[in-house]
Design a protein around this ligand. Structure first.
Ligand SMILES: C[S@@+](CC[C@H](N)C(=O)[O-])C[C@H]1O[C@@H](n2cnc3c(N)ncnc32)[C@H](O)[C@@H]1O
Length: 241
């Protein structure tokens, strides 16, 4: 079965516990649980912490944060109906820990210093590249809080290459101008002195993981109604996946 490739217990032991069909039914982009599991050691999560999952989509990462780390989560997203996300949280048995909120990333309905950590999986590229955004988002973190993002990246900047590489352009068009290298992000944040950058790196085998996800998503035995809706949503909102 093609979805079997989504079980990678050696590399992603926590993600491998989750049902592949469930995860694909919530699809808005390549494996959000792998991205989060890779990022999590940099976040210092502990039970009881309050975490903002910004751009949480259909909610797989919020379920994962609640179940794996015992944190309470605000799942904030613009495009996904919070009632639908809430249904996912209830089904997963985490509705006591996860609250779904409709929110625009530049007008967040939270108090200053509301979160111990802010996590953003495959979403920051849509709203977070402006020079001023870091100052905005960090106001919602408690002192000593952590901000972690996983975002599509190339090894070299589009500006340096002089163009968007054709194979990327074919998938996402101009949107790739918001994809930046790890060094770009490191400098972009560190130079502000608003944060201490502890890590800015490529995910090992990130590209191969992306292809694995795409292959699993095309499995003919998983063409459920949810999956069909997921594909429509992706092509409407997120043409690069
Ligand atoms: C590619 S999807 C990823 C969703 C989810 N994190 C995942 O990995 O499955 C990008 C998400 O970013 C959210 N998003 C895009 N622009 C946003 C904005 N301005 N404010 C809040 N969320 C935004 C969309 O609603 C969408 O759910």
């Amino acid at each position: 079965m093609t979805t079997e490739i989504l079980r990678q217990p050696e590399r992603y032991p926590l993600s491998s516990k989750y049902d592949a069909a469930w995860l694909l039914g919530l699809d808005m982009g390549p494996n959000p649980l792998w991205l989060l599991e890779d990022l999590a050691p940099d976040l210092g999560l502990r039970p009881g912490m309050r975490v903002l999952d910004l751009g949480s989509g259909r909610g797989a990462t919020s379920v994962f944060l609640a179940k794996e780390f015992g944190v309470s989560v605000v799942a904030a997203d613009l495009w996904v109906d919070p009632a639908k996300a809430a249904a996912t949280f209830a089904e997963a048995g985490v509705s006591g820990q996860v609250e779904a909120v409709r929110a625009e990333a530049h007008a967040l309905p939270f108090e200053a210093s509301a979160f111990d950590a802010i996590v953003c999986i495959d979403a920051y590229e849509y709203f977070g590249t402006a020079d001023t955004y870091l100052a905005y988002i960090t106001r919602f973190m408690k002192p000593g809080g952590r901000l972690g993002i996983a975002t599509p990246a190339m090894r070299r900047e589009v500006r340096e290459l002089g163009e968007i590489p054709p194979h990327i352009k074919a998938c996402v068009g101009w949107e790739a101008t918001a994809w930046h290298s790890a060094d770009w992000w490191r400098f972009h944040w560190a130079v502000t002195e608003l944060v201490t950058v502890t890590s800015a790196r490529l995910q090992a085998e990130g590209w191969a993981d992306w292809l694995r996800w795409t292959k699993a998503g095309n499995s003919p035995d998983k063409r459920s109604e949810e999956r069909r809706v997921g594909k429509e949503c992706r092509s409407r909102w997120s043409p690069y996946h």
